[in-house]
Design a protein around this ligand. Structure first.
Ligand SMILES: Cc1cc2nc3c(=O)[nH]c(=O)nc-3n(C[C@H](O)[C@H](O)[C@H](O)COP(=O)(O)OP(=O)(O)OC[C@H]3O[C@@H](n4cnc5c(N)ncnc54)[C@H](O)[C@@H]3O)c2cc1C
Length: 276
């Protein structure tokens, strides 16, 4: 951390799968690269447990980890469908968040799980929830030079179920068009009592659909609020045109993906959810 603050043109390197391709496109790579794999206490076998991810936990580590609570289903799906098998053993979850890309695959499920990023910096240490982590593309809200030391993932509430759905431009490894994640909390009779919804690649950075929190407190059946949640997600989306799709198309797909996502949970038999 001191090295990072002493040399302005420096950066942390975890898996390097974002940074190394990026350096090839810029005129001047950083003068100093701080390889986090040399940080001894983080090089353990216990990189993932149900509440904490260490900074060196990779997408492959997450894929192998058996989360038993159905609330983690969205996170497990997003890790499984990351879509780049060659880099998954190198790419870290922390690097995925810290790069603050609009298409950051793991941010949406981590937002719905109320995950927190713990950091240290020369101005002090602290934590920030993942939904407050992104300032703008490529930039987090953490203090300059902050080093992320852990990602905390609270255990989801009882009778909750998570899900994640992404739409890609072709095959499973094609570029992401848009993705949505949710965590819904259900009553024993299958009606909904709370939850969260978030979207990825539908705006400059991943974000929570704040209006969904109120809709999900409706104590009604999920089937009855599919359209409301789809509309709330489309309203929260603020995409740009890019070569994979126009802004208008992305906004429309945000609604479609969200509605399919909610229907996928609505179709789970009540008994299966209520016994968790
Ligand atoms: C072929 C290919 C396919 C890809 N597919 C996807 C995809 O489908 N979805 C997706 O979201 N991304 C994808 N990526 C982007 C990238 O691989 C991922 O975002 C990956 O998780 C980044 O992790 P990393 O460990 O390689 O990060 P690095 O490249 O090492 O670092 C990324 C950023 O995080 C910072 N950082 C890393 N660790 C810390 C820390 N502990 N504290 C503070 N800052 C830190 C670095 O300084 C840097 O700014 C792809 C990349 C490639 C090359």
């Amino acid at each position: 951390m001191n090295l990072r603050s002493e040399c302005y043109s420096s950066c942390y390197l975890a898996g390097g799968t974002h940074l190394i391709p990026h350096w090839r496109t810029v005129e001047r790579p950083p003068e100093l690269v701080i390889n986090l794999k040399r940080v001894a206490p983080w090089n353990t076998d216990d990189l993932v447990n149900t509440s904490w991810l260490t900074p060196l936990a990779t997408i492959s580590d997450l894929q192998k980890h058996m989360f038993s609570h159905p609330g983690f289903s969205g996170l497990s799906t997003a890790a499984r469908e990351f879509g780049a098998p060659l880099i998954e053993p190198l790419a870290t979850v922390t690097g995925n968040l810290a790069a603050a890309r609009s298409n950051c695959a793991l941010a949406a499920p981590l937002i719905t799980l109320a995950a927190k990023v713990h950091y240290v910096s020369i101005v002090g240490s602290g934590h920030v929830s993942v939904d407050d982590l992104f300032e703008k593309p490529g930039c987090t809200t953490l203090p300059h030079g902050a080093l992320i030391t852990a990602i905390e993932i609270p255990t989801p509430p009882p009778n909750s179920h998570g899900a994640h759905l992404s739409l890609r431009g072709g095959t499973t490894s094609s570029p992401l068009i848009v993705a949505a994640s949710t965590l819904v909390e259900l009553n024993d009779d299958g009606t909904v009592r709370g939850g969260r919804l978030s979207i990825t690649n539908a705006a400059s950075t991943p974000r929570e659909v704040i209006a969904a929190q109120e809709i999900l407190r409706a104590h009604t059946r999920l089937d009855d609020i599919v359209g409301d949640l789809g509309q709330a997600a489309a309203d929260a989306a603020d995409p740009d045109d890019d070569r994979w799709g126009s802004a208008k198309y992305r906004k429309r797909m945000t609604r479609v993906v969200t509605e399919r996502l909610i229907k996928s949970i609505a179709s789970i038999p009540t008994t299966e959810v209520a016994t968790q």
